[in-house]
Ligand binder design. Structure first.
Ligand code: 2AM
Ligand code: CA
Length: 263
């Protein structure tokens, strides 16, 4: 298998899916809830995932697909060629703001990340990587991240974790946000990961992400030297939900050691 052919194919289907999603704003978008009242899914999330599954099966029937909406057969292992797909990351933004939502895809061979994509559907901006060959923002190469001091860092974090909560010591989070230069919250994990790998944010922290939220992004991260782990500092796991941090390598350890205390 020539990875460049797969990369070419992946970009084609991502751009086509993006166009279909943008066109969908002229039709009815039906919103439902999943695990809780704020966990949204729409007919467009599902239709987009089915679009990807159909195209990939046509491209190579032996490839396996793990998609957030579970529209395909799913996977029993990461053996062989596996696509990890979130058809719309930031569904609440899709529904409410009609912007700031991403298609994100990771392509793995025997569990090793080979191709990563984060596509901003409304801006038509693509962040992508070929494992071992580099990362790009549209046609421009992404550079290795330059060191940053925590006091000058801008970090992505959801306000929930700065209020009392059952997952982390919020007092330490308050210390963190007082230490850094600024915080942002965009509501799409993939978008925040794209911003870290391109130096627009210096870190992004989340208490609960799934393999499809981070699959593509972690492959891009490796190419620019961003460090992605769970909040214990362990490698990201592609099988379950977990906590997550991606950061500039100069502040990853410092944030985990001095500011994160899990309950
Ligand atoms: P989604 O839109 O694909 O569900 C919102 O803060 C970010 O967290 C989004 O990227 C959202 O992805 C992600 N997320 C992942 N799992 C989630 C969950 N169980 N509940 C809420 N947001 C979740
Ligand atoms: Ca999603």
């Amino acid at each position: 298998m020539d990875l460049r052919d797969v990369d070419q194919f992946a970009k084609e289907i991502i751009f086509e899916a993006g166009k279909r999603i943008r066109d969908a704003f002229s039709y009815d978008i039906k919103v439902e809830t999943k695990a809780d009242a704020n966990d949204l899914v729409t007919n467009i999330d599902r239709e987009t995932e089915i679009f990807f599954i159909d195209k990939i099966k046509e491209f190579n029937p032996s490839h396996k697909i793990l998609g957030e909406e579970g529209m395909g057969e799913g996977i029993d292992s990461f053996e062989g060629s596996v696509w990890v797909i979130d058809p719309i990351d930031g569904t609440m933004n899709f529904v409410k703001q009609h912007r700031h939502f991403m298609i994100t895809i990771g392509f793995f061979v025997d569990g090793v990340g080979k191709l990563g994509y984060i596509f901003d559907v409304m801006r038509e901006d693509l962040f992508c990587a070929i494992g071992g060959e580099g990362a790009w923002y549209n046609d421009s190469p992404l550079r290795k991240l330059k060191p940053v001091r925590l006091e000058e860092a801008v970090i992505g974090i959801n306000a929930s974790w700065v209020a009392p909560n059952r997952r982390v010591n919020h007092e330490k989070m308050i210390d963190l946000i007082r230490t850094v230069r600024g915080t942002r919250s965009y509501g799409s994990a993939a978008m925040e990961i794209a911003f870290v790998v391109s130096g627009k944010l210096d870190a992004y922290i989340s208490m609960r992400l799934s393999p499809w939220d981070i699959g593509g992004g972690t492959i891009i991260a490796r190419e620019v030297g961003a460090i992605a782990t769970n909040l214990k500092g362990e490698p990201c796991n592609l099988f379950t939900q977990d906590t997550f941090i991606i950061a500039n390598p100069s502040i990853h350890h410092e944030i985990l050691t001095n500011y994160i205390e899990e309950k």
